[in-house]
Design a protein around this ligand. Structure first.
Ligand code: FAD
Ligand code: SF4
Length: 328
């Protein structure tokens, strides 16, 4: 690993000022992804600005029943929070489904949202990769892409976004609070992460030096009936092959409202808007859930090795919705 300077920021403004005009500097959260990438030589910042000590470490309930989660909140604290578990079970479940206990103790909410893809070519500096080195090519497209995208990919990149938590936050319509060189602003989810298009090197809409300070989760009363279900190759310590975050509002056997997002299928946490539209007002039955899954997956474009994901997402989504419909 190349030598680097380490600084500790005490507040958001000084953190942003420390990165202003410094493309060689990066924020450091728990370091569980960034330090790995530095070891691999994927990134080589000259300066790391530690943002874990600025006042972004609380989970607070807002007056309207929403949540404000500081960017510095550790993943394990978020998953264990009694309020989060009660009003947004799928958010707590999504965090618990990720990584390991030790990593969740270190990892922060801000860092989790901005972790990089686990595409093996991206992590191997001896291979070309458009995301790591724009214009160098995408060997995954014709190579090993079993775990990569079936939705929204481009000729430039077929990578998937790795965060479980981001899938639940996309389903919940979270709002990301950002401090930038020109002051504070908010970015809605979905909308933080971007499809690869011709610029796969850009994972998100954030500008260089933007600091995530908090994530706001608006009130969604029916999310007490929600679930995150993840399929992975091992029982723990593995990224999603596919995942589903879903919340269902059923009355008299009819779907009044729902929220659905998919993980492991795209460069972004994929909000399943077509499935949601198909479900609203329909009977809460397995047949209607299957019809909604078909509506979403009609736009899938599987690659040579990952057509199985289309069937897997379909089945996991239907099963999850059936379980939610049967939840008292
Ligand atoms: C073996 C292993 C298995 C894993 N399995 C899973 C899994 O199954 N599911 C899952 O979701 N995750 C998994 N993870 C990923 C883990 O959750 C992430 O590494 C972690 O969430 C990143 O958080 P961090 O605070 O350590 O980020 P860091 O590594 O510190 O930072 C990640 C990125 O975010 C930037 N950053 C950090 N904080 C901020 C901020 N406040 N504002 C702006 N930029 C910021 C950094 O500059 C860096 O680019 C796994 C990790 C490992 C090592
Ligand atoms: S899929 Fe994306 S991250 Fe993977 S090799 Fe291709 S360009 Fe790189």
């Amino acid at each position: 690993m190349r030598p680097f300077d380490y600084r500790r920021a005490t507040d958001a403004r000084s953190a942003v000022a420390a990165l202003d005009g410094r493309p060689d500097a990066m924020y450091l959260g728990g370091g569980t992804n960034l330090v790995d990438l530095m070891r691999l030589g994927v990134v080589s910042p000259e300066t790391l600005v530690d943002v874990t000590r600025i006042s972004c470490g609380a989970i607070e309930e807002s007056e309207d029943g929403g949540l404000m989660i500081g960017a510095g909140v550790r993943n394990s604290d978020l998953a264990a929070d009694p309020l989060v578990r009660r009003i947004h079970p799928m958010l707590a479940q999504s965090v618990l489904a990720g990584a390991s206990g030790q990593i969740r103790n270190m990892a922060t909410v801000g860092g989790n949202l901005l972790q990089r893809t686990r595409c093996s070519y991206f992590q191997d500096v001896t291979k070309p990769c458009n995301k790591r080195q724009p214009g160098s090519g995408c060997p995954a497209r014709e190579g090993d892409h079993r775990n990569l995208a079936i939705l929204g990919h481009s000729g430039s990149c077929v990578a998937t976004h790795p965060s479980d938590m981001a899938v639940a936050l996309a389903a919940l319509g979270a709002v990301v609070h950002v401090e930038g060189a020109r002051g504070p602003r908010t970015v809605p989810m979905p909308g933080l992460h971007r499809l690869p298009g011709d610029e796969p090197e850009r994972d998100t809409v954030l500008e260089p030096g933007d600091l995530i300070t908090a994530v706001e989760v608006p009130a969604l009363p029916f999310a007490t009936r929600s679930r995150y279900r993840k399929v992975r190759d091992r029982a723990s310590f593995a990224f999603a092959v596919v995942s589903v975050a879903a919340a269902l509002d059923v009355e008299g056997g009819v779907v009044r409202d729902c929220r659905i997002a998919l993980g492991g299928v795209a460069h972004i946490p994929w909000r399943a808007e077509r499935a949601e539209s198909a479900l609203r007002g329909s009977a809460a039955t397995a047949a209607e859930f299957a019809r909604a899954a078909d509506a979403e997956l009609a736009q899938s474009r599987p690659l040579r090795q990952n057509a199985f994901k289309v069937h897997l997402v379909h089945n996991v989504l239907v099963r999850t919705l059936v379980d939610l419909a049967e939840t008292p």
